[in-house]
Design a protein around this ligand. Structure first.
Ligand code: ACM
Length: 386
């Protein structure tokens, strides 16, 4: 296909607008569109506009694959942003590899993956799980009950959390999985098991619509977050909006980004977001990664031949951007991103009080070669009573 130097550059956007993870993926889509609007307003890529080719894969791995195949084969798209659940990313990879396309993936995930066709801009386990394990054991104790949705991210995240807890002398009380379409009564039954097991904390890798059901069932059972909090890598401002702030208050999340980060860069992007979509939708870590990864891609496109995937792939490693969480960088070796780990506790307003944060951004170690805190060991405790 020949392209003129004025043709738009097509960006495939694959975030679900329907299905179990539609709320968080809608936020990722909006973060992507905000960045694209900013990039185009600033002159695009050497005068070429970024043009969105968007599909709704309905939270189903098979549809991610089918839509990606269509975008690539029928519409000539080679640059795709998208995916929340790891099962959807894994479904896409054979298409990317077959047709030489790239995916930028803005979601925290379980690590232990590398594809030369994927760039990972959400947290790897050494940027959230290690910090969360260390914090929960230090503050609450080392006996953990694990509950997750029934797919690869929860299995692998629980394996990692088990290692981290066991090697620190802790204990796994139980490990339980629910289907992605589990209902309120299924969560009530799990919460009963949690109450009976009486762990020091619960590690939840429940995603999507089930998240609200878990936290509500927990509250309905009269369990107390101050004594036995739920700790998560994925429960963020958007899930809290879905469940109601009173059900999340007191629970803990590890994430490189919270809406409450008090910096000018963050305030500026949130204001631009709200000016575009209204005040009703919160920012969250997946929205932020979707936003900043577009700016990283735009920077790489300006230094590359935007119509040559190899050239874009070579330009992305080492790219940096002043994101709302702080300055981020795509690692030269592993396609993951240098990020700023934080621990937050949900408050009564649906936001997070940031309890601890790393003083330095942390290099991604997606294979968890080191189980120690690395740069996090110089973290700041923002609240001494935390
Ligand atoms: C996830 O599946 N990576 C949240």
């Amino acid at each position: 296909m020949t392209t003129s130097t004025r043709d738009p550059i097509r960006i495939g956007v694959l975030f679900s607008e329907t299905g179990v993870t539609s709320a968080i993926e809608t936020s990722q889509r909006l973060g992507t569109l905000l960045a694209i609007e900013e990039i185009n307003a600033a002159g695009g890529i050497g005068g070429r506009e970024l043009q969105v080719a968007s599909r709704d894969p309905q939270s189903k791995p098979s549809l991610y694959r089918a839509h990606a195949e269509q975008l690539v084969r029928e519409e000539g798209v080679r640059l795709i942003v998208g995916c929340y659940m790891s099962s959807t990313r894994k479904a896409l990879i054979p298409v990317l590899e077959r047709w030489n396309a790239l995916l930028l993936y803005p979601t925290p995930y379980e690590g232990f993956e590398y594809s030369r066709h994927v760039f990972y801009t959400g947290a790897a386990p050494n940027q959230n799980s290690v910090q969360l394990a260390e914090f929960m054991i230090r503050k609450h104790g080392s006996r953990v009950f694990m509950v997750g949705s029934d797919y690869v991210f929860p299995y692998e995240s629980n394996r990692i959390m088990s290692d981290l807890v066991l090697e620190r002398g802790g204990e796994k009380a139980a490990e339980h999985y629910l289907p992605l379409d589990a209902r309120t009564e299924d969560f009530a039954a799990v919460v009963k098991r949690i109450a009976n097991a009486a762990p020091d904390f619960v590690f939840s890798t429940v995603v999507g619509e089930g998240t609200a059901m878990l936290y509500r069932a927990y509250r309905a059972a009269g369990l107390d977050p101050a004594r036995m909090p739920i700790a998560s890598l994925t429960t963020c401002e958007t899930e809290i909006l879905q469940m109601g702030a009173e059900f999340a208050e007191g629970h803990i999340t590890a994430s490189p980004y919270f809406e409450s980060i008090d910096t000018d860069d963050n305030q500026r992007v949130i204001e631009a977001f709200h000016a575009r979509v209204g005040e009703g939708l919160p920012a969250n870590q997946c929205w932020e990664a979707a936003y900043f990864q577009m700016h990283l891609l735009a920077d790489a496109l300006r230094r590359a031949d935007p119509d040559d995937v190899e050239s874009v792939r070579r330009a992305l490693p080492g790219t940096e951007f002043d994101a709302p969480q702080g300055r981020v960088r795509i690692d030269e070796q592993n396609h993951h991103t240098h990020l700023h780990p934080r621990i937050g506790r949900a408050d009564a307003t649906g936001r997070f009080e940031i309890l601890e944060q790393s003083r330095h951004r942390v290099r991604p170690d997606p294979y968890l070669v080191s189980h120690t805190l690395a740069d996090w060991s110089v973290s700041t405790a923002l609240h001494s009573g935390a």
